[in-house]
Design a protein around this ligand. Structure first.
Ligand SMILES: NC(=O)c1ccc[n+]([C@@H]2O[C@H](COP(=O)([O-])OP(=O)(O)OC[C@H]3O[C@@H](n4cnc5c(N)ncnc54)[C@H](OP(=O)(O)O)[C@@H]3O)[C@@H](O)[C@H]2O)c1
Length: 330
């Protein structure tokens, strides 16, 4: 089969595109004929070696996939051959990745694709969808009628958080870095938008939510805790999910006096049961049309190295070039 893989960590150019043996499913795995995959910033950190992982070389890059079950092990219970599935959490913790024509995935990491939803959509929502759901529902316990602030509302995670928070019935305030991205976030359901390049977030938040926000979702790798804690309401919750090297100062006093809480997590450490619970809500919202992946562009899988470079320049280099997800097709 064709696959995008590395023989050692390093630059995006280390990604080769060529033939590897088609995997065989283990007793609990489905062999998925891949229809689409999507790219996440973590894929670039693993490929570069910035986030150390046990990597079975040749290592196929990628976490997300959507496609069709073509074969399965004798112990698989939840799926049938011919069923369309999506999943994430591959290419992590020693598991092979998804950027290939076929992928053997343990059934505990797979979910059915609702009818009417394309492989491109299902792949692009997978990792960011589960991340957004874990943060909003399991950790922040966002309630209908509450106010949430999403710093970075146009990105892969942020655009999903905006839509899910809207589906939950919260009032959503989001930031974006251009007028075009402001309008994109409005289209996703955000009630109030702040252009972080031309407006002052603190001043705008004081006007929009004078009593503070109930949840602050931070997508930046260098959070500004002074601003976040000042802007949180009493018993406010802050979600942290980026910035492994960040060591910013923290305003202890105002934080505990207001009874706030901090919730940090990485989605790939959530259990299969937690992730399946998230996937069930994601599937319901996809089927109801309340959730749609924010896809920036679709590329051939053979251009995986170019896609990695683009993602890296956008997320780490802050080029602003991307607005949402890169999807690739074998
Ligand atoms: N913990 C986990 O499980 C988990 C899961 C997924 C992702 N992550 C991490 O979360 C981060 C975001 O991921 P992603 O996929 O959403 O990346 P992304 O698609 O590249 O989005 C980055 C976002 O940051 C915004 N941004 C950049 N500079 C900003 C600033 N100064 N103020 C406000 N917003 C700013 C961008 O806005 P504009 O484009 O509008 O400028 C964009 O919306 C990454 O570091 C990723 O590794 C963690």
């Amino acid at each position: 089969m064709k696959a995008a893989y590395i023989n050692q960590t390093g630059l995006a150019e280390n990604i080769l595109y060529g033939d590897l043996p088609t995997p065989r499913p283990s007793p609990t795995q489905c062999l998925v004929k891949v229809g689409a995959v999507s790219l996440n910033p973590v894929d670039t950190y693993i490929r570069s070696g910035m986030v150390p992982m046990p990597l079975p070389f040749p290592f196929i890059v990628g976490c997300d996939l959507a496609g069709t079950v073509v074969e399965m092990g004798p112990e698989v219970k939840r799926f049938k051959v011919g069923e369309r599935v999506w999943g994430t959490n591959q290419g992590l913790l020693g598991r092979q990745g998804t950027f290939a024509e076929f992928c053997a995935v343990d059934e505990c990491w797979l979910y059915p694709i609702p009818s009417g939803v394309s492989d491109e959509q299902a792949a692009a929502i997978s990792l960011v969808g589960i991340t957004a759901h874990l943060g909003l529902v399991r950790d922040a316990r966002l309630q209908r009628g509450e106010t949430i602030f999403v710093n970075g509302g146009s990105g892969g995670v942020g655009s999903t958080v905006v839509q899910m928070a809207t589906a939950i019935g919260a009032r959503v305030i989001a930031t974006a870095g251009s007028d075009r991205k402001v309008e994109l976030c409005r289209g996703l359901g955000a009630d109030h938008l702040i252009n972080y390049k031309t407006q002052n977030i603190e001043t705008e938040l004081k006007k929009i939510a004078p009593a503070g926000v109930n949840v602050w979702w931070e997508t930046l790798r260098e959070p500004n805790f002074d601003l976040a804690v000042t802007s949180l309401a009493a018993r406010g919750r802050m979600i942290l999910m980026a910035g492994r090297e960040a060591r910013p100062p923290f305003p202890v006093g105002p934080f505990y006096v207001k009874g706030c809480s901090l919730h940090g997590f990485v989605m790939f450490m959530a259990t299969p049961e937690e992730q399946r619970h998230s996937a069930e809500d994601i599937n319901r919202w996809l089927a109801e049309g309340k959730l749609k992946a924010n896809i920036d562009r679709v590329m051939p899988l053979s251009e995986a190295a170019t896609a990695h470079r683009l993602q890296e320049e956008s997320t780490i280099g802050k080029s602003g070039m991307l607005s949402g997800k890169i999807v690739l097709k074998p």
